[in-house]
Design a protein. Structure first.
Length: 274
């Protein structure tokens, strides 16, 4: 009997160490919260899910660069607390890290999450100066669904986004294939959501420099979507770099964002210097 092919979007099926990596990033995040200067659970909106954690470098804070990180989990799992460790790379580079939380599907729909991420960005613009940050030096990164959400911060080509550069790691840029994946039973992405929120069909702020990165060991859709999205941005006149992280899979790549000396952390640190 022919074996049924594994769903290329079901990460657990392709990353045997999935649970070990999740346990590691949760542990690293707890360590980061324990050792780093921070302001926890700062509200950017009225809902209980609308909070950010701010992490600061040591020393005086005066108009520092600011970096916004958006976690993944296919819009339906994880939280900002699971990704505090990303702040280690950011603060080591002398910037303020803003780790964003948002509501999860299916309790809310995609439109709510996109609106939350945009309001979080607006909160940074309006309030980060009071924490020692410079809103004019804002960069963003996201992993997986977080990379998708990061694109929603500069997908308007009629006005400046206020974002200097973006690192998109293991992102989803065309939602339609997910309708035929395991996610159909979990979040049931609608045709309307595909139409409205697939970055592959959007227009973007040409002032944003974009790094699109994929783990070399990711499944084929992540590579093909990265290539198609990079080509789309280039046609629109954006400065785009596309890279493959040697030896990395969907989970190890995001873990490495917080580990100095890895390819992912090096890309993030370089982004902060733009």
């Amino acid at each position: 009997m022919k074996q049924m092919a594994k769903d290329p979007f079901r990460i657990r099926d392709h990353v045997p160490e999935f649970d070990d990596i999740v346990a590691e990033i949760v542990r690293r995040s707890a360590e980061t919260r324990a050792k780093s200067p921070m302001a926890a659970d700062v509200a950017y909106g009225p809902d209980g899910t609308e909070t950010v954690d701010l992490f600061f470098p040591q020393g005086k804070r005066d108009r520092l660069p600011v970096h916004m990180f958006i976690h993944g989990g296919y819009w339906r799992m994880f939280s900002k607390r699971d990704y505090s460790y990303v702040a280690d790379t950011v603060t080591d580079a002398g910037a303020i890290a803003v780790i964003v939380d948002y509501a999860l599907m299916p309790s809310v729909r995609m439109a709510t999450i996109v609106d939350q991420i945009r309001r979080a960005r607006q909160w940074i613009h309006d309030h980060i100066a009071s924490y020692g940050g410079d809103p004019g030096r804002l960069t963003v990164s996201g992993h997986s669904a977080g990379a998708h959400l990061a694109t929603m911060l500069f997908d308007d080509n009629t006005r400046p986004s206020g974002i200097k550069s973006a690192l998109l790691l293991g992102g989803i840029y065309d939602l339609r294939p997910l309708q035929e994946s395991f996610l159909a039973a979990e979040i049931a992405i609608t045709d309307d959501e595909v139409e409205r929120f697939s970055p592959i069909s959007h227009r973007f702020d040409r002032g944003v420099a974009v790094e699109i990165s994929v783990g070399a060991e990711e499944t084929p859709p992540f590579h093909s979507q990265a290539a198609a999205f990079a080509a789309n941005l280039e046609r629109q006149g954006l400065v785009v770099s596309r890279t493959s992280l040697a030896g990395a899979n969907h989970m190890s790549s995001v873990r490495d964002l917080g580990i100095a000396g890895t390819g992912a952390a090096s890309f993030l640190a370089r982004l902060l210097c733009v």
